[in-house]
Design a protein around this ligand. Structure first.
Ligand SMILES: [Zn+2]
Length: 285
């Protein structure tokens, strides 16, 4: 049960690594501002934070990911994300609050404290680097990589993680395009695929964490259709309100996507105009 603290976990935040530059967003030369030890004690040295457990880490990661999708982080959404019942989440959140990891606002929204945010970034960084390892070095597909990283990332020591990071060329994103905390995204302004006009050419940059987390099959389907980060797609004319037709990787084959799915795939426009589809101007001028 995700809400149960069955397995004590004494992990510290990861160390930062020296910079280097490479393709696919590997190494950005940005300052490594990654926290080292704030997960275990406030910098002013008054009352040290309690050690994190596997359960606490899952909550922190969940809160971080929901917030990153610009969704309000409410207990009901956390329960849905974790697949547990509301009372379990209430107990879990009480524990996180007592530990100084989160705050609950008057409207019941949950926010991370500074310590909670540092800890969440460390957890997410670990998960995303593990995914890079699984896809880039071990050849797993991006659907399996997410699941496997969930299982094994907690067991990677800081030493192994630092070595992995270097051997991967210090990637800036995970295979799904999410920025690794402490690094900068290797892409510019993103728009939802659903907002592209017919004829627009765009490069897939990021797949919503919601798809990654909640729809293993959809990830598989997208990968099978050639939709992955870095691939260029074109919105075909003649789509309907229920379906967007997409040419993937140079029009060899087209796929149909429901608008709800297209709303969770983030792309960078590369042509025929550099103008965002959201600014209200037609593509062909
Ligand atoms: Zn990922």
């Amino acid at each position: 049960m995700p809400g149960a603290d069955t397995s004590p976990d004494l992990r510290l935040a990861e160390p930062s690594a020296p910079g280097r530059t490479d393709a696919r967003g590997h190494g950005d030369g940005a300052p490594r501002s990654f926290p080292r030890s704030r997960t275990h004690g406030r910098s002013h040295g008054v009352s040290p934070l309690p050690l994190r457990t596997v359960a606490i880490d899952r909550y922190l990661e969940t809160i971080f990911c929901i917030a990153a999708e610009d969704e309000p982080v409410r207990p009901s959404r956390i329960a849905q994300w974790l697949g547990v019942k509301a009372p379990t989440v209430s107990i879990g959140l009480r524990r996180l609050r007592a530990g100084g990891w989160i705050q609950t606002e008057l409207d019941r929204r949950v926010t991370l404290t500074a310590a909670g945010s540092d800890a969440a970034e460390a957890i997410v960084r670990r998960h995303r680097l593990a995914e890079c390892w699984l896809t880039d070095l071990l050849g797993l597909d991006w659907a399996s990589a997410h699941l496997e990283a969930t299982r094994l990332s907690a067991s990677l020591s800081d030493t192994v993680l630092a070595r992995l990071d270097i051997s991967l060329g210090e990637p800036r994103t995970c295979p799904h395009g999410h920025t690794i905390p402490g690094r900068t995204a290797p892409y510019g302004e993103l728009v939802a695929l659903a907002d592209l006009r017919p004829g627009a050419v765009a490069a897939v940059r990021r797949i919503s964490e919601i798809i990654e987390h909640e729809s293993f099959e959809l990830l598989r389907t997208l990968a099978a259709a050639g939709v992955r980060t870095g691939v260029e797609v074109t919105v075909e004319p003649g789509g309907s309100a229920d379906e967007i037709t997409l040419a993937v990787g140079g029009r060899q084959h087209a796929i149909a996507l429901a608008p709800g799915t297209a709303r969770m795939i983030w792309v960078e426009v590369v042509g025929p105009s550099t103008r965002s589809a959201r600014d209200g101007h037609p593509w062909a001028e």
